[in-house]
Design a protein around this ligand. Structure first.
Ligand code: 8IG
Length: 274
């Protein structure tokens, strides 16, 4: 996208959102951001004491949330760690690529988090799983991604390196907390329809293990902004064609409710150690 001479750049818009965020939350700088995907909302209460909750639409550049089970809210949470107090910035929903609002809208929360001071971001999602033996309700660490959206959040000749995009250090911390955690390559399809069984087979042949509709563009924007990225998928369903059952959004929400305490425990412990 190009910008009219008088329109703010995406970075300026994120800077304005971060300023307003500081005013509305009373928190000058946040430390770690989390984006909660499908099925992750029930885990949020484990993170700590909410000191403020605001509507995304109160900040410049955000538009309203569109999916059931997602709420357009941002929570500021205070936690204490052995190293002192931390301020978490938790997005209870995200803007998806399939909403058609443009890539800049998809990554605006990430850029706002960076402008608000966050040096790390935890991107979570609900997704379909391809690996034999994975069960609905199982969290999987994202080791790498394949971006099938055909686009990038970065504009212009900025050749951002994506080697080790999903921080090996942060994945290691998660495995110290729970050594049963598996890893996988996340494949982002544009959506909003789920894959056909043939597309799921394709994703597997390409080296993918998880299929979803989010995360990769946000991770790229986070890397561009210099943040450390942790990606965690909740396998809410077996990918299309693997279970013999059709996919539905209700099973996604149910998998989240069932796995909430495991995911809440994982998130709160890893955030404490980041
Ligand atoms: I939750 O099976 C959830 N989101 N593309 N495929 C894709 N997105 C998803 C899926 C899935 N499950």
């Amino acid at each position: 996208m190009t910008h009219a001479a008088d329109a703010p750049t995406p970075y300026e818009l994120a800077g304005s959102a971060a300023e307003r965020l500081a005013e509305l939350t009373g928190v000058e700088r946040h430390d770690i951001a989390l984006v909660l995907g499908s099925g992750w909302l029930p885990a949020v209460d484990a993170l700590g004491e909410a000191t403020a909750e605001i509507d995304t639409t109160d900040l410049p550049g955000f538009s309203a949330a569109a999916v059931a089970g997602h709420s357009g809210k941002i929570r500021s949470i205070r936690t204490s760690t052995p190293d002192g107090e931390r301020h978490l910035l938790v997005f209870l929903s995200r803007t998806h690529f399939y909403e058609g609002k443009g890539v800049a809208a998809v990554v605006h929360p990430v850029r706002t988090a960076a402008a608000a001071g966050c040096s790390a971001i935890v991107l979570t999602n609900g997704c379909g799983g391809l690996k034999q033996g994975w069960q609905p309700g199982q969290p999987v660490l994202i080791s790498d991604h394949i971006n099938l959206t055909g686009t990038s959040p970065i504009v212009g000749a900025n050749f951002v390196d994506l080697t080790d995009l999903y921080s090996p250090r942060l994945r290691g911390l998660c495995k110290e907390i729970d050594d049963s955690l598996d890893e996988g390559v996340y494949v982002q399809f544009p959506g909003p329809h789920y894959e056909t069984p043939a597309e799921v087979r394709m994703a597997g042949i390409l080296g993918g293990h998880l299929v979803g509709m989010s995360t990769t563009l946000e991770a790229i924007a986070a890397r561009e902004a210099g943040m450390e990225v942790l990606g965690i998928s909740l396998v809410t369903n077996l990918a299309a064609g693997l279970s013999g059952e059709p996919l539905n959004h209700e099973e996604v929400l149910e998998a989240g409710r069932a796995a909430a305490s495991r995911m809440g425990g994982l998130l709160s412990q890893v955030v404490e150690r980041i």
